[in-house]
Design a protein around this ligand. Structure first.
Ligand code: ADE
Ligand code: ZN
Length: 338
């Protein structure tokens, strides 16, 4: 079958990914290999059984498996291998810049030193830049189902390594854990010079997006798809060009939307928002970045202008230098006008 011309464009365009949990890129094959290497037992007979278990009806039903899966990650080499596997996938998708999340508390709670995941991820990111030409940022997420005091303890452990951490984020179970719970922690992060992002408006209400902006000073909103329930909020997001890191296949798998054809991605763009597409936890949600874009193209019948806007937004919303952003925008212009 011949490829849709816009699908060719999607695969060829250089792209930035801004919403990717590195622990969510743990493919079942690697989960089994690391379990064996580390003598960890898994509650699954084989890789097929793991995949069969990936049927979610909510964010929490996914998080339960995601945290269980992360239990195979023990050594610096494990985190290197995990991150390197993602970077190879990213390279195949023509991702040229990626800003990835890691969840230190998922690992320190199991007795792993804070420095271990950081060193493995950082070493892979350095190799990714040297060998694949992929630039990157690393964002440390706090788990919102834990206490703010736990977050402060994690920030304390991070202190010797702040030069290796480009920003902070907020993830995990959203409902019942509003951004306001972490206002003091994020104020302290701001004092330390760490820019913030936060998951908000995935399962939680639009009010959580307001809180992320006003109380956490979040520079981007991760997901944010429920903003369209509040027209005043949409106006503010558009006026301030606050990016939304949208993750369509994640929204589908976690039942944030029932059908990709009903996703509000096009509505977000039409409202003038700086939205772009990301893969979130690709090993769990059935696809990396290009798969997300291709699925949206097909389900929403996206136009070339919409696709190009999404990709341009990915660079605009990144934490690349102004010069690097301009270079990528020019490269896109050249590709469209050969
Ligand atoms: N952690 C990993 N993926 C997540 C998501 N989609 N929402 C909240 N926390 C997460
Ligand atoms: Zn996420």
């Amino acid at each position: 079958m011949t490829q849709h011309p816009l699908d060719t464009l999607i695969t060829r365009l250089p792209k930035a990914e801004l919403h990717l949990h590195i622990e969510g890129s743990l493919e079942p094959e690697m989960m089994f290999a690391l379990a064996q290497r580390n003598g960890v037992s898994l509650p699954y007979a084989d890789v097929a059984a793991v995949r069969a278990a990936y049927q979610f009806d909510s964010l929490q039903s996914f998080l339960d498996l995601y945290y269980a899966g992360a239990s195979v990650l023990l050594t610096e080499q494990d985190f290197y291998d995990l991150t390197w596997a993602y970077l190879e996938k990213a390279h195949a998708d023509n991702i040229v810049h990626t800003e990835i999340f890691f969840d230190p508390q998922t690992h320190t709670a199991r007795g792993i030193d804070f420095a271990v995941p950081l060193a493995g991820i950082r070493r892979a990111l350095a190799d990714g830049e040297a060998q694949l030409g992929i630039t990157s940022k690393l964002i440390m997420c706090f788990l919102r189902h834990l206490s703010e005091a736990d977050g402060f303890a994690t920030l304390e452990q991070a202190q010797p390594y702040l030069a290796q951490i480009d920003g902070v984020g907020l993830d995990s179970s959203e409902l019942g854990h509003p951004p306001s719970k972490f206002a003091r922690l994020f104020a302290r992060c701001a004092e330390l010079g760490l820019p913030a992002v936060a998951h908000a408006g995935e399962e939680g209400p639009a009010s959580y997006i307001w809180e992320a902006l006003d109380l956490l000073k979040s520079r981007r909103i991760d997901h944010g798809v429920r903003c369209t329930e509040d027209p005043i909020l949409v106006q503010r997001l558009a006026a301030e060009r606050i990016p939304l890191t949208v993750c369509p296949l994640s929204n589908l798998k976690l039942c944030v939307v029932n059908d990709l054809a009903q996703h509000n991605l096009r509505e977000l763009l039409a409202a003038g928002l700086c939205a772009m597409v990301n893969s979130d936890d690709p090993a769990y949600f059935g696809g990396y970045l290009n798969t997300n874009l291709l699925a949206c193209r097909a389900a929403l019948n996206l136009t070339q202008n919409e696709i190009v806007q999404l990709v341009r937004n990915s660079f605009e919303a990144s934490w690349l230098s102004a010069q690097a952003k301009q270079n990528w925008q020019q490269r896109i212009t050249q590709m469209l006008n050969p």
